[in-house]
Design a protein around this ligand. Structure first.
Ligand code: 5GP
Ligand code: MG
Length: 190
């Protein structure tokens, strides 16, 4: 070693789901979606930002039906009763979802509050059909109304990053899903 501090390699996070495994599963999900979708009918894919963006990009490129993409951003906050509530930052009324086949896409189904809130909001606009597709479903209790018809992987209750998922807006670009070690173990953050 010469003078100074050698450049430290980027820390490796423990891989939970590898790139090849994810791509294989996304292809299977897309095949099932195509098979179960009414022939010739257009699909509106409504993705929950920002976590679903990588999953969305991979999934839609494997879907054969005519489709439109819409995005919705959900924010969680402590409500008056200190319960966690979900606020949608976009007006779904402007999307013309009435009579359309709508597929919600989200990255992870955890407590289910996000998906339940988006499903409720979409349902108000009278879609012809409404289904949900999530990449990950955690092994935790869930609120009512948060069912997903299409699930990529059932995973344990770990905090995960990568493939669109972040921690403080970091790690989204990892091509795999990794478990984030408990605070302090992760080096090199800035
Ligand atoms: P839920 O509303 O189902 O409790 O949580 C869903 C949202 O919480 C996801 O859309 C995502 O933004 C966030 N989330 C839940 N679990 C994780 C996780 O393990 N990693 C990351 N990065 N986000 C998570
Ligand atoms: Mg987040």
């Amino acid at each position: 070693m010469g003078n100074g501090t050698p450049a430290r390699p980027r820390p490796e996070l423990p891989v939970l789901l590898g790139k090849a495994e994810i791509h294989q599963r996304v292809a299977e999900l897309a095949a099932r979606l195509a098979e179960e979708h009414p022939a010739g009918e257009p699909l509106v894919v409504l993705a929950v930002m920002k976590g679903a963006l990588v999953f969305l990009a991979d999934l839609i490129r494997r879907l054969p039906m005519p489709l439109e993409i819409e995005l919705v951003t959900a924010r969680s906050y402590r409500g008056r009763t200190r319960r966690e509530e979900i606020e949608l930052l976009d007006d779904l009324g402007a999307l013309g979802l009435g009579g359309r086949h709508v597929l919600l896409v989200d990255c992870v189904l955890d407590s289910g509050r996000t998906l339940a809130a988006v499903r409720r909001a979409v349902a108000e606009h009278g879609p012809a059909s409404l289904k949900s597709c999530v990449l990950l479903r955690k092994d935790v209790p869930r609120v009512a109304g948060a069912e997903a018809e299409y699930v990529g992987f059932d995973v344990p209750d770990l905090f995960v990053v990568g493939y669109g998922l972040d921690h403080a807006n970091r790690w989204r670009h990892l091509p795999y899903v990794a478990a984030l070690p408990p605070q302090g173990d992760e080096e090199g953050s800035h």
